[in-house]
Design a protein around this ligand. Structure first.
Ligand code: MIC
Ligand code: SF4
Length: 655
């Protein structure tokens, strides 16, 4: 029997009728396609961005990878573009040399945010895309199965290896009706978050269907799939239909269109029903994207700053909405409004038609086409200030100001706030006139570098500045773990707390230096304690490691000697990153057992036989034993034992 047929023999027939199941089955290389089971899939495209990309490529070097085997791989520079000193500049030169050598397209700083640019230029319906950024599912807006992961997984995919994941349960999100004026696609995903929260999507994938999807353009769909990441979902997707075809035509890629739709008799594991016509403007209150309420409920809160942009809301339509709403008006004096386009193509179109003038005329500060304020690269709000942003994350401190109050909303709501100076329901602004979409979005290529051919690439030397330090491969896991609980944290700890970005973003390619800031927002003494105690354990609540894909949240604790994290539950990407770096992820069998371990307690555990489902954690301080378990597949156990994926692969290669 043909290998594919054999693999699909016992696949879940229900799953095969979904868009996600169809794409997964076409890319299946290892395992059985059943929710909860581990599979390996072929990856067609990859993306990295500079804040995760440098480490991904340093890991590629440690693995001896030299040339991309994917159909297309793009290295974006969009997070660290300020260049406050030589560090970022050196990273960019390193990335440029890697791209040329490995055969990757390089999207230079200023060309735009990876997800918006990828959607416009490269994502294809029916293909698989793996990106070292949690918002990679943006490309799901045009029917591309796109997943966020740590950089090492992307490095392996670039080398042509399968990407391993747990087959998600597919949740169908049925959209009916049509959005009312001043209600936006952002309100749809905020509604999903209001219903299922920041861990409601873990182990699941969200597939949108129903008559209502026909009323949404690809960039609007992409806003929804982008922020699906905040539910913890593995991915989110829309089918590829006539609307997708029309979008691809506008960006000059009509021939790349293929239809992908769920079967008529599709049955989803779960269904979420949303009537678009009944939605009201929504807003996520500080400090979680899941803290969603109707805008009406928080009206009147005084606003200091409004930021438009980020990979969630920086399409042509988003920026045009801002321009139309601001034309002839003035931003509230005393309030700061920033606007960033998601791509140079969007910016070009706005400039060409005079809309940048409408923005500037109203008092907006137009920023570069980058992540900018979203990842704390400038525009930190004032102390205790209120910022309304069209972004996707409002974790405490992420904006750069620890006590700032950050709200997340649609462009319509945010611009209304910029005009009135307080949180205001956008419906009070009256109706917005229809936004004319340009016939074509011109794909300017001045900021894109194509790689040379393989022969020329062979002679290229990688350029590493002094801040770029090679990756240290961890030692194999010993049979016995002993140490103190270095920190005990609560539920929903984001990677922004474990490994802050903002002012430390320039340290992403220097693990020894970056490690000095592990857990700094939660406990500034963590680093000195970890050094003094020569490593130890981390204890956490539910959904540990939510948010960003940054594998630094595993790499840096590992560098400080953390060998295991014991949590009530983990977020998907962080769990994979812990395994890749050789940190043992364990879960409490009973959630009450979390209370049986305190910070500083001395723990010991025999981990010689990880094949056992239950391990015994001995709390030597309180003299009690606590059963803990893991969900590691046998290949994961081998990886953990070897000291992480790089050590494991290098060992295998030597055998
Ligand atoms: C984010 O939005 O948190 C980031 C910055 O884009 C991260 C990646 C990173 O930390 O570099 C993400 O979402 O994965
Ligand atoms: Fe960049 Fe923000 Fe999007 Fe992350 S969420 S990729 S920092 S714009």
């Amino acid at each position: 029997m043909d290998k594919k047929l054999k693999l699909l023999k016992d696949a879940d027939p229900k799953l095969l009728k979904t868009v996600i199941g169809k794409i997964l089955s076409q890319h299946l290389e290892v395992g059985s396609l059943n929710p909860g089971r581990k599979i390996g899939i072929k990856i067609d495209q990859t993306l990295t961005q500079d804040a995760t990309g440098t480490v991904a490529y340093l890991e590629s070097e440690a693995l001896g990878i030299t040339r991309a085997k994917t159909e297309l791989s793009v290295s974006y520079i969009d997070h660290n573009t300020l260049k406050m000193d030589y560090k970022n500049a050196d990273d960019h030169v390193y990335l440029q040399s890697v791209a040329a050598k490995y055969g990757l397209i390089l999207s230079k700083a200023g060309n735009g945010i990876c997800h918006q640019v990828h959607l416009e230029r490269y994502a294809k319906p029916g293909k698989t895309l793996l990106g070292s950024d949690s918002h990679t599912p943006t490309s799901g807006g045009l029917g591309c199965l796109s997943i966020g992961s740590g950089g090492l997984d992307v490095a392996l995919a670039i080398a042509g290896r399968p990407f391993y994941l747990k087959t998600p349960k597919v949740v169908g999100v049925r959209l009916t009706g049509k959005l009312k004026p001043m209600i936006a696609a952002k309100d749809v995903i905020l509604e999903v978050l209001r219903r299922i929260g920041v861990k409601g999507g873990v182990g699941k994938a969200l597939e949108y269907f129903g008559e209502g999807i026909k009323t949404l353009t690809v960039p609007e769909r992409a806003t929804i799939t982008n922020m699906g990441a905040e539910t913890g979902a593995t991915t989110s997707i829309f089918p590829s239909d006539e609307i997708t075809k029309n979008f691809l035509r506008r960006v000059g890629r009509e021939e790349e269109w293929t239809a992908i739709e769920a079967d008529e008799d599709v049955e989803y594991d779960e269904i979420i029903e949303i009537n678009l016509g009944k939605l009201v403007p929504l807003i996520a209150k500080p400090h979680s994207p899941g803290n969603v309420v109707p805008v009406e409920e928080v009206e009147g809160v005084k606003v200091d700053q409004v930021c438009i942009g980020s990979c969630t809301n920086s399409s042509f339509k988003d920026l045009m909405t801002a321009a139309y709403m601001l034309k002839g008006k003035r931003v509230k004096p005393g309030l700061s409004l920033t606007v960033s386009s998601g791509s140079m193509s969007v910016y070009y179109e706005l400039a060409e038609h005079g809309h940048i003038a409408d923005l500037i005329g109203a008092g907006a500060r137009v920023l570069e086409c980058t992540c900018g304020p979203c990842i704390g690269q400038g525009q930190a709000p004032r102390s205790d200030g209120v910022s309304v942003r069209t972004f996707n994350r409002n974790f405490k401190g992420r904006s750069g100001t620890a006590d700032a109050q950050v709200y997340l909303s649609s462009v319509e709501t945010a611009i209304t706030c910029a005009i009135t100076g307080e949180i205001t329901d956008p419906r009070k602004m009256g109706e917005l006139r229809e936004i004319p979409m340009p016939e074509y979005l011109r794909m300017k290529t001045a900021l894109v570098i194509e790689p040379p051919d393989e022969e020329e690439a062979a002679g290229i030397k990688l350029i590493r500045g002094p801040n770029i330090k090679p990756i240290k491969v961890p030692e194999p896991m010993p049979d016995q773990l002993d140490g103190r609980v270095l920190i005990k944290v609560e539920d929903n700890i984001s990677t922004d707390i474990i490994m802050p970005a903002g002012i430390y973003l320039a340290l992403r390619s220097n693990i020894p230096e970056y490690s000095k800031h592990v857990f700094e927002p939660a406990d500034p003494d963590f680093y000195s304690r970890a050094i003094e105690m020569k490593g130890g354990f981390i204890v956490a609540g539910e959904n540990y490691g939510q948010g960003s894909s940054r594998e630094h949240a595993a790499l840096c604790p590992s560098f400080l000697g953390v060998k295991a994290v014991i949590a009530k539950s983990f977020s998907r990407i962080h769990l994979a990153n812990l395994i890749n770096i050789g940190i043992l992820p364990l879960t409490f069998r009973e959630s009450g057992d979390y209370d049986k371990v305190g910070q500083n307690d001395q723990l010991a555990m025999d981990v010689a036989d990880l094949k056992r489902e239950t391990l015994i954690l001995r709390n030597l301080t309180t003299d009690i034993e606590i059963p803990v378990s893991h969900t590691l597949a046998s290949s994961d156990i081998e990886i953990i034992k070897a000291g992480g994926t790089i050590a494991y692969i290098n060992k295998k290669n030597k055998q």
